[in-house]
Write a protein that binds this ligand. Structure first.
Ligand code: PHE
Length: 344
């Protein structure tokens, strides 16, 4: 009899169930009103007096084991079903994570940086809030110079009567190049990407905040031919087109100065907006650095010469991606931004 109870204890301990019904059947079998324990307890009186103590203990042990097992299995099943309904099937494949995309301005900026990196230009950066010296005066735009009006400026502090101490939002990243020249002697090969600000009316073609990349190259014996070759290299790498023309122009900080046009062709000209039917498109300004600018930045103009150029990133991005309105860059409309997902 005692052996039988011990065997049952072993059975109880090794029992397992995967459903509540199985647990219930188990409970009824052992603990139910007509269950095994009931029968065994009724056998108690038939057991030898000498065995009663052991038998009693074994029975209690069986009862506790069975009760413990029922509770344990019910708990386990409860928690696993609630976990399941909460998380669903934990082994199912997860939702795909939506990938972001780079902003087209960053894409084009990085592309321009890559092209110039390959020929030895490094990136330099400077503050968006500038002083008058770095944005104007050092760039050969002294007080009352009419060319100051070429770029309508947002002033932060304008101290009348004490000219040269004004604080403003930089109107171009040429200011970064002044800072770079002040701190480095030639040879200099640097490009300065960054955000610039001009107090202009916002339209499909112009914005009061936009981005530029300006470049500066200073060494001994730098000539206009070097500039032209660099521009040719750039347009070929960037656009796959190498027909360019240089139109004489004016910038206070370069002499001579030119405007660079690229021959874009008329294939993409759907509404005359891109090249206005000429096939030519202006993409940047450039020129030989004015000796006054070198002097202002403590570089000896009798020893060194250099060229500089500057372009608007938005304009180039509009061209590359056929974007009709500059304002789309700043609206952060997901439908617009998502179109650049595949571009790295
Ligand atoms: N700084 C000029 C601008 O913002 C561009 C430029 C740079 C022109 C260098 C010539 C040389 O318009």
């Amino acid at each position: 009899m005692l052996d039988k109870v011990k065997e049952l204890i072993g059975d109880v301990k090794s029992f397992n169930a995967t459903t509540k019904d199985e647990v219930e059947a188990f409970r009824i079998k052992y603990l139910g009103s007509k269950g095994l324990l009931k029968d065994l307890f009724s056998e108690f009186k038939n057991v030898d007096a000498a065995m009663r103590k052991d038998f009693g203990q074994a029975l209690n042990n069986l009862k506790q084991s069975a009760e413990g097992k029922v509770a344990e299995l019910n708990d386990a099943l409860d928690s696993s079903t609630s976990e399941k309904s909460f998380y669903g099937d934990l082994t199912r494949p997860s939702e795909p994570i939506e990938l972001g995309s780079r902003h087209p301005i960053s894409l084009v900026k990085n592309q321009i940086i890559d092209v110039f990196n390959k020929i030895g230009f490094t990136v330099s950066e400077g503050p968006e809030i500038e002083d008058d010296w770095h944005n104007f005066t050092a760039l050969n735009l002294p007080e009352y110079h009419p060319a100051r009006d070429m770029q309508d400026t947002f002033f932060i502090e304008q101290s009348r009567g004490n000219f040269g101490t004004d604080i403003l939002l930089r109107t171009h990243t040429s200011s970064v190049q002044v800072r770079y020249m002040e701190e480095n002697q030639p040879p200099i090969r640097t490009i300065s990407p960054g955000r610039v600000f001009r107090n202009e009316d916002i339209s499909a073609r112009a914005h009061c905040i936009f981005h530029q990349v300006e470049g500066l190259y200073i060494d001994t014996d730098v000539s206009f031919a070097d500039l032209k070759q660099t521009l040719l290299y750039f347009t070929k790498e960037m656009f796959g087109k190498s027909k360019i023309r240089l139109r004489p122009s004016y910038f206070p900080f370069t002499e001579p100065s030119a405007e660079v046009d690229i021959y874009w062709g008329l294939e993409t000209e759907t509404d005359y907006r891109i090249t206005k039917g000429t096939g030519w498109l202006e993409i940047m300004g450039c020129g030989m650095v004015d000796p006054n600018v070198l002097k202002n930045a403590n570089i000896d103009p009798t020893k060194y010469s250099g060229y500089a150029f500057g372009m608007g990133i938005e304009r180039i991005a509009m061209l590359l991606y056929q974007i009709p309105d500059i304002r789309m860059f700043y609206e952060n409309d997901k439908r617009f931004l998502e179109q650049f997902k595949s571009v790295l």
